[in-house]
Design a protein around this ligand. Structure first.
Ligand code: NAD
Length: 472
């Protein structure tokens, strides 16, 4: 890197976020002042993982890394799905490993257990009898574990979160392409019932050309951020103290990227992002410090991200996205999920979800029922009731897990691949950069390195033999 570029990047604050390093990062495709999202790379793809059909795996052997709130629930959920074996359980806290082991003790699985150190996941990744490593750790471990696992011949599933840097996103892409291993992004909101309905409607042309979409993560979790029992080592509070941007972009963004065929026909081009100040977290931090100075001293005056972050993204095909993040205001839960097209629109929140085919008003309950009859996907018709019984955010978690397992068992392309994982989580560091630079625009990297122009959307079809079974 030449000195001029280094000093420019230093000024732009990008060296410290990892946005300037790695093999693929040049200046903006538009202008110098935009700098450094890596979009202008000339490097070729090693292999196109979009649409990739991996060799079929009859029994999908899974090792779980991270058995806290989310990982332990996944173990229980997945044990209802046929054609799997739970062969590894790993958590830095031995009691979490024991709890998950106890939860499946009546089942015929004999998982190897790993909790000796923070690096013990490596031993699990090195095992011959594991096909997939399912990662539900704090965010800062997602990429190190995923890259290690893919380099050791495993597919990976990664829980949602936020990339630590753009460089990390490229690490995921390179490891997946080099090893031809799937990096499945566990964005469960893509499998919620209204999202699947509107995805199918969009694909069947109900909304016409999509013009604009909105998504969000508006969810009041600020009390739990300061609760030492809520998560391991207050990891999510630490993330909130790191920088101001969209820290949890994928619940809102994932479903609308699918509707807009992002990575498969269109691509995110650039974003601008603005963060307001923090009006709530520092009060909670002061209270927490008074009660427990030893634990909360490191957070004192750490500087928290603002309550509300809003990002606006333009796509290569001239469409727009508005994305919000607020986990600390007393708001009613919302992921918005607005779809605005030339022939119709949909809005999920405030619940219930609504559809319109003109500006005159939302469709009646009767008309909504007719739409559901027409557009409900076969996967929902077949597994929706079972998914609701097993649960996991109303059933979407179960549908998601059934789907990726069925894809691996049948050698089908996965719905949310490494390019989705990299792109959706890259909004974290990009929004932080833009918000820190008076909302200057920044290019979104094209992790497909141009392949988005020819990639095709993945059909959510269940029209194949050897459909994976489920048990109550
Ligand atoms: N999709 C969703 O709806 C949803 C909901 C909640 C959480 N999540 C995601 O799930 C992930 C985990 O969140 P959580 O709420 O379960 O957090 P958690 O703190 O309850 O669980 C994380 C677990 O990782 C373990 N861990 C930490 N370091 C480790 C290491 N070096 N090796 C092995 N294990 C280690 C911890 O002991 C802990 O049990 C995050 O990515 C989060 O964003 C997703």
């Amino acid at each position: 890197m030449n000195n001029n570029r280094r000093s420019f990047l230093k000024m732009a604050g990008l060296l410290s976020t990892g946005m300037a390093s790695g093999p693929l990062h040049g200046f903006s495709k538009n202008s110098d002042h935009n700098a450094v999202s890596g979009a202008g790379t000339n490097d070729a793809q090693l292999f196109n993982m979009c649409g990739y059909r991996a060799p079929k795996i009859d029994t999908v052997r899974i090792g779980f890394a991270g058995l806290g709130n989310r990982g332990s629930a996944a173990v229980k959920r997945i044990s209802h799905i046929d054609g799997i074996s739970i062969n590894g359980l790993c958590d830095i806290r031995p009691e979490r490993v024991q709890q998950s082991q106890a939860a499946i003790k009546s089942l015929p699985y004999k998982p190897a257990l790993y909790s000796a150190s923070g690096d013990d996941y490596k031993k699990m990744c090195e095992r011959e009898d594991i096909d997939v490593v399912y990662i539900a750790t704090p965010w800062n471990l997602h990429v190190p574990i995923a890259v290690y696992a893919m380099n050791h011949g495993k597919h990976v599933c990664i829980e949602v979160g936020n990339a630590e840097s753009i460089e990390e996103c490229w690490q995921l892409v390179n490891a997946s392409e080099k090893n031809k291993k799937h990096c499945i992004f566990l964005e469960n909101c893509c499998y919620d019932f209204f999202e699947l309905l509107t995805l199918n409607m969009a694909r069947q042309g109900y909304f016409g050309d999509i013009v604009h979409c909105e998504g969000a993560y508006i969810h009041t979790i600020e009390e739990s951020l300061f609760d030492v029992n809520a998560r391991y080592n207050l990891w999510r509070l630490r993330e909130n103290a790191k920088g101001s941007g969209n820290l949890y972009p994928t619940h809102g963004l994932g479903p609308i990227c699918q509707v807009m065929n992002i990575n498969r026909g269109d691509q995110l081009d650039y974003l601008v992002s603005v963060s307001g100040n923090d009006f709530t977290l520092h009060h909670l931090e002061e209270e927490a410090y008074k009660k427990d100075p030893a634990t909360f001293k490191p957070f004192l005056n750490a500087g928290f991200r603002g309550n509300m972050n809003t990002s606006v993204i333009k796509t290569m095909k001239g469409k727009t996205i508005m994305l919000q993040h607020d986990v600390s205001s007393p708001r009613v839960y919302s992921r918005i999920h607005l779809i605005s097209g030339t022939k119709g629109s949909a809005l999920k929140y405030p619940l219930p979800g609504k559809i319109a085919n003109s500006h005159e008003g939302w469709l009646s309950e009767d008309d909504m029922k007719k739409l559901e009859d027409t557009y409900t996907l076969p996967i929902v018709k077949r597994l929706g009731e079972m998914a609701k019984q097993v649960g996991g955010h109303g059933g979407m978690d179960f549908l998601m897990d059934w789907r990726w397992i069925d894809c691996l068992r049948n050698g089908l392309p996965v719905d949310n691949d490494v390019y989705d994982a990299a792109l959706w989580t890259s909004i974290g560091p990009l929004s932080k950069w833009s918000a820190a630079h008076r909302s200057a625009s920044i290019d979104v990297p094209d992790f497909t390195r141009g392949a988005w122009k020819k990639n095709k959307p993945v059909e959510l079809s269940i029209d194949h033999e050897n459909l994976t079974g489920v048990k109550a």
